[in-house]
Design a protein. Structure first.
Ligand SMILES: Nc1ncnc2c1ncn2[C@@H]1O[C@H](COP(=O)(O)OP(=O)(O)OP(=O)(O)O)[C@@H](O)[C@H]1O
Ligand SMILES: [Mg+2]
Length: 255
């Protein structure tokens, strides 16, 4: 068996809000072409953990973090790393869709490419169409690309944000409950999309939906009270976990 290269290696990641210790020493490797799900009770630190990995946690007043996260060997927390540039390499889709309000649907998708200095209209249009198709939104918006992104429904805005994240081709894509605002059909499309995505990207997805985690994720991490209780191949976590806390959670005994 050939072992896969790790795209991201997180080592002893800790995060605080003031004195509150929200993430307590999480270490996990994320191999190329894989999907990892993060599960755990509400408030256990899943979003905070993801937000550390694209360096937005540190923007909350009073918040800080420590530890390392090596993206292709380079620590994302090193002083020379520009967080804005980093976010082009570690993209994020949030729980609540957040399209840029002043921008059209088209401009929302290509905003990252424009930041990179790409001006060629044909290239921008081609990328917008490809990413909107991947995000299962193209058919619904192809005739109104110049309307504001915020004119779309919540679920459509979420798919728009997924298209925007894909457009810059980040090696790592973080998704925080990306389907919680979607109907079952759109959710199924996004799940399918995730399967496609792992051909090119390393995906880390927070979800409360265990069936979804079991279906799409190669690996699953179970977090509780800021600690990584267990991490391993999804089929083991969901059928034969080593920790009794994991078993209690996945069988619905608490959480
Ligand atoms: N801005 C903040 N200031 C202070 N504490 C915060 C802040 N954001 C989150 N927390 C606290 O940090 C802990 C972890 O929150 P986080 O949002 O990471 O949980 P979560 O696992 O994503 O929960 P959920 O499943 O409900 O989204 C919680 O106890 C929460 O109250
Ligand atoms: Mg959350």
């Amino acid at each position: 068996m050939t072992s896969k290269k790790n795209v991201l290696e997180v080592k002893n990641l800790q995060a605080w809000f003031g004195k509150f210790h929200a993430v307590k020493g999480v270490s996990t490797d994320y191999p190329e072409k894989s999907i990892t799900a993060i599960i755990g009770p509400s408030g256990c630190g899943k979003s905070t953990y993801l937000r550390c990995l694209n360096r937005i946690h540190e923007e909350v007043p009073g918040a800080r973090s420590s530890g390392q996260a090596l993206l292709l060997g380079q620590d994302i927390f090193a002083p020379e790393v520009d967080p804005v540039e980093l976010r082009q390499n570690i993209g994020m889709v949030f729980q609540k869709p957040n399209p840029f309000p002043a921008l059209s649907i088209f401009e929302n998708v290509v905003v990252g490419l424009k930041l990179q200095g790409i001006k060629n209209k044909a290239k921008l249009l081609e990328t917008a169409e490809r990413c909107l198709r991947k995000a299962a939104l193209w058919e619904e918006v192809k005739d109104k690309l110049h309307q504001q992104g915020t004119s779309l429904s919540g679920g459509q805005q979420q798919r728009l944000c997924i298209a925007r994240a894909l457009a810059v081709n980040p090696p790592v894509l973080l998704m925080d409950e990306p389907t919680s605002a979607l109907d079952p059909i759109a959710s199924a499309k996004i799940e399918e999309l995730m399967q496609d995505l792992k051909e090119d990207f390393t995906v880390i997805v927070v979800t409360h939906n265990m069936q979804q985690a079991a279906r799409v994720a190669d690996y699953t991490s179970f977090l509780m009270l800021g600690e990584l209780v267990e991490h391993g191949p999804s089929e083991i976590i969901f059928t034969n976990p080593k920790q009794s806390k994991t078993e209690d959670y996945i069988t619905g005994r608490f959480g």
